[in-house]
Write a protein that binds this ligand. Structure first.
Ligand code: HMG
Ligand code: MG
Length: 305
């Protein structure tokens, strides 16, 4: 199959990335990052997470981040919501859409959201009903689609079953997360093929972490099957607080560089992304975890190659 001619890149750095930072990033810095990402042309920016502050303390300022962001017309600002409490808080903060998050692994579900997969889906049902009543789109995530830190190998059929349930609940799209970044291109394709038997391909997104350096290859592999929505994180930020050793998502600027080279349209400006990457990397006191951002260098100090 030919590669998609255009791809929608969903930026998850301010949430999936910064949720894993030990060091507190001020809400104003998070908001400035969100504005830079939106300004680079990313159509959706996951801006925060309305979860229990006892579980993920660094996301406790999400309402403040939403308040500080100057919105750009046309950009969607989304938030993670594990239950009704989170849903109400996200809407009160002006989130354009919300995301519920399930797992394909029972052990991971318990560690991450303190309930079984079935209980989590029961908890998401009222969120989906309330969201529909208020015209708010709901995105679904499935974690551990290519491996679990506690259970190891995950069967593609288990991923497909959870993805199908999320669609039945009313999610408009399901993002398939390789939470711990162990997937390789063949496994990623086999998983997508299994899920696509139950959920239309155009409702699926791919979410790769780069722990083992496979993320960009996996992105290409699933695009070959027709996947045209990709999650990515600026400066390769991130990890998962409940998946020990998991590193960041594939870096947004690396994905855009590859897609630009392939002639796949995204509407995203690489130069602006590199500026955003160095902005947050400087705030964290380290270099971006992105080959492209490092190769280009900090804006104003670009390398000549
Ligand atoms: P629980 O302790 O079972 O919840 O946690 P509870 O309902 O018993 O409530 C306990 C306390 O939390 C109560 O407060 C609630 O009010 C409060 P207390 O009475 O003790 O003072 N609470 C909340 N506070 C604020 N916002 C809320 C909320 N809900 C309850 N929404 C719960 C269950 C789901 C809340 C908890 O486990 C949790 O917040 N987990 C979040 C974990 C998380 O954020 N993980 C990272 C995101 S997932 C991810 O990164 C993977 C992904 O990127 C895809 C991939 O890579 O695969 C999406
Ligand atoms: Mg993730």
């Amino acid at each position: 199959m030919a590669l998609p001619t255009s791809v929608r890149v969903v930026e998850v750095g301010p949430r999936d990335g910064l949720q894993n930072e030990k060091q507190a990033v001020p809400a104003a810095t998070k908001a400035a990052l969100v504005e830079r990402l939106a300004g680079a042309g990313l159509p959706m920016v996951e801006t925060g997470s309305f979860v229990s502050p006892k579980w993920v303390p660094v996301m406790a300022d999400s309402a403040e981040v939403f308040r500080l962001v100057t919105r750009r017309p046309g950009t969607r600002y989304s938030a993670l919501t594990p239950n009704m409490q989170g849903f109400e808080a996200a809407l009160a903060s002006g989130a354009d859409e919300v995301a519920v998050f399930a797992a394909a692994s029972e052990s991971f579900s318990r560690r991450n959201i303190n309930c079984s997969i079935a209980e989590s889906l029961d908890r998401f049902a009222p969120v989906c009903v309330a969201a529909k009543a208020r015209g708010v789109p709901v995105r679904g995530y499935v974690s551990c689609v290519l491996g679990c830190p506690y259970e190891g190998v995950i069967a593609p059929a288990d991923v497909a079953a959870v993805a199908q349930r999320l669609m039945t609940l009313g999610c408009y799209e399901v993002s398939l997360g390789d939470t711990i970044g162990v997937g390789t291109p063949g496994a990623a394709q086999a998983m997508i093929r299994a899920v696509a038997e139950r959920v239309p391909l155009d409702r699926l997104a791919a979410h790769f972490h780069d722990t083992y350096g496979q993320a960009l290859a996996n992105v290409y592999a699933v695009m070959e099957l027709g996947i045209a929505t990709l999650d990515a994180s600026i400066a390769g930020l991130g990890g998962c607080p409940y998946a020990r050793g998991a590193t960041g998502n594939v870096a947004t600027e690396d994905v855009i560089f590859m897609l630009d080279g392939l002639g796949v349209r995204t509407g995203v400006d690489l130069g602006a992304l590199i500026g955003a990457s160095w902005f947050i990397a400087d705030a964290l006191g380290r270099a971006p975890d992105s080959k492209v951002a490092r190769a280009r260098g900090r804006p104003g100090e670009e390398r000549k190659s």
